[in-house]
Write a protein that binds this ligand. Structure first.
Ligand code: PMV
Length: 355
């Protein structure tokens, strides 16, 4: 039997939405009810590293997540693998004397090992970085000719928010119009250098797993929330235009105002869902009040906040000076190891404050 193994390793950061995706119009293809915009974190923090390997000696597809084998049976992994295999091309490694033809990919098996560089228990384990990295590394291994946006449409079928992690900087996920999802993909708005004085701080409020998964939550919101209908039709389209403008112009006031308003409306939709979904807790609410008071006392926004499907705060400071001040204030008001269980991860520069 042939003994060779061919491998590719890639690293992908997670992303945080500033205009949120909440609600699917098609659950299988993962097509959203509105556009969304996110910022991709810098790769030193909260990222996934994935190695994919192919060998004639592998007798089935297998995957390990943080060293533990997981089942690939779930539809989402299978959908991504199927999409990528169908686009695979010839691969030749002359040095190793390996030649894989397009048709061989249908019967060759894969081993996939994926690691998150952040504590999975921190409640930040987003599938965004994971599926983006999986699709990207497999596309390299199998020599796909698709561009990043086309790959994003495959990552989308693993986890919606994953499509936005194929790019750095600020990224828009265009909801698309087609029924088959071919135009529901991510595009880069500006690269990571465009607005590099922003500093993102993630305050881990609770390391507990969320109670309602985003899939279940979205389904219930789509089925029961009138506010979601209004948001998707009337509110988000305008905010997308304004947010793109704010990003292009480095307009922090407008950026912060839109980011906070959109996070609050997403959580209002959750509350408007039947039965209601609570992702934020008392500490989250205290952080919001605190940031709002600070911004008002200065007279213009210094910090923006946004919360996903959990209580952890993502805080975006307008520059490093404000970020330093914010950290000092957070650590003073929410001392780590108190009952609030707040640890702070500093993103956007090279240090993790506590872990
Ligand atoms: O892609 P999912 O299923 O993990 O959903 C993500 C939903 C939010 O994080 C709440 C919003 C977003 O746009 O990322």
């Amino acid at each position: 039997a042939e003994k060779w193994v061919l491998m590719v390793t890639a690293q992908t950061p997670t992303n945080i939405a500033v205009i949120k995706y909440w609600g699917k119009r098609d659950e299988t293809l993962i097509l959203p009810v509105n556009d969304s915009i996110s910022v991709t974190l810098d790769p030193d923090h909260l990222c996934t590293t994935t190695t994919v390997a192919v060998s004639p000696s592998f007798d089935q597809d297998r995957m390990w997540l943080n060293g533990k084998e997981i089942s690939l049976g779930g539809g989402r992994y299978q959908n991504c693998l199927k999409e990528i295999r169908s686009r695979a091309c010839d691969v030749e490694d002359k040095e190793k004397g390996i030649k894989i033809e397009k048709k061989d990919w249908q019967k060759l098996h894969l081993h996939i090992a994926s690691f998150n560089n952040f504590p999975t228990a921190a409640g930040l384990a987003s599938s965004a970085a994971g599926f983006a990295c999986l699709v990207f590394s497999l596309a390299k291994l199998m020599n796909l000719k698709e561009n990043q946006s086309q790959l994003s449409a495959i990552a989308r079928q693993g986890s919606g928010s994953a499509c936005r992690s194929l790019f750095g900087g600020f990224v828009k996920w265009i909801m698309g119009k087609e029924g088959n999802g071919s135009d529901s993909l991510a595009v880069q708005l500006v690269d990571e250098e465009h607005w590099n004085d922003l500093v993102i701080i993630i305050a881990v409020v609770s390391s507990r797993q969320k109670e309602t998964s985003s899939t279940t939550g979205m389904r219930e919101s789509v089925e029961t929330s009138l506010l979601l209908q209004h948001r998707a039709k009337e509110v988000v389209p305008k905010r997308i235009v304004q947010m793109e403008e704010a990003i292009q112009n480095h307009d922090f006031s407008s950026f912060a105002q839109l980011t906070c308003a959109d996070s609050n409306q997403f959580h209002a939709v959750c509350l408007d869902t039947s039965p209601p979904i609570f992702y934020m807790n008392d500490t989250s609410h205290r952080i919001i009040s605190y940031v709002e008071r600070w911004n008002r006392s200065v007279g213009s926004p210094q910090v923006a906040y946004t919360f996903d499907a959990g209580p952890n705060a993502v805080l975006i400071a307008r520059n490093r000076k404000i970020a330093t001040e914010l950290l000092q204030r957070l650590l003073f008001f929410f001392p780590p190891n108190s009952e609030t269980d707040l640890n702070s991860y500093v993103l956007g520069d090279k240090s993790i404050l506590r872990d």
